[in-house]
Design a protein around this ligand. Structure first.
Ligand code: DQA
Length: 142
């Protein structure tokens, strides 16, 4: 079974981007960790990242059409992109929203997610391990 792990803008900068907030794990490390966890759980995991909103919307349509579960870190789009939310609303398999940092402890503009209401569940503030926890939860739903 396939799982798509989709990441929004600036997440390709993990490791160098604000390490006090996001840690020192690089994006390449994250991809490797997710693929390894996926293998252990019997998933075919594909990790993608984009800074282009239309590309993200297209990937969500692809997941909707194929009934593929999604782990989504929408990054900044989380807080304002109705286009990403509307694409998430069309998903036909579980959606887990993940944030590396605890968005509720940060600036007020990060406290609200337009995605959460259409997600199956949300994992915030548990670092990059949040992605692995999301995969574990999806494995219980297989
Ligand atoms: C983030 C939190 C967002 O507020 C921010 O814009 C990101 C990353 C997180 O993983 O903690 O880019 O989604």
């Amino acid at each position: 079974m396939k799982v798509l792990i989709l990441n929004g803008p600036n997440l390709d900068r993990l490791g160098t981007r604000e390490p006090d907030v996001y840690g020192r794990t690089t994006y390449a490390d994250l991809v490797e960790m997710c693929e390894a966890e996926g293998r252990d759980l019997g998933f075919e995991v594909e990790v993608r990242q984009t800074a282009h909103e239309g590309e993200m919307v297209g990937w969500l349509h692809e997941a909707a059409d194929a009934s593929t579960p999604v782990v989504l870190n929408g990054a900044a789009w989380t807080h304002y992109s109705i286009a990403v939310r509307d694409a998430c609303s069309q998903l036909t398999a579980p959606l887990v929203e993940v944030h590396i940092s605890n968005i509720h402890q940060r600036e007020e503009f990060r406290h609200h997610s337009v995605i959460s209401a259409v997600a199956s569940g949300v994992i915030v503030g548990l670092g990059v391990e949040g992605y692995l926890l999301a995969l574990r939860w999806l494995s219980l739903k297989k």
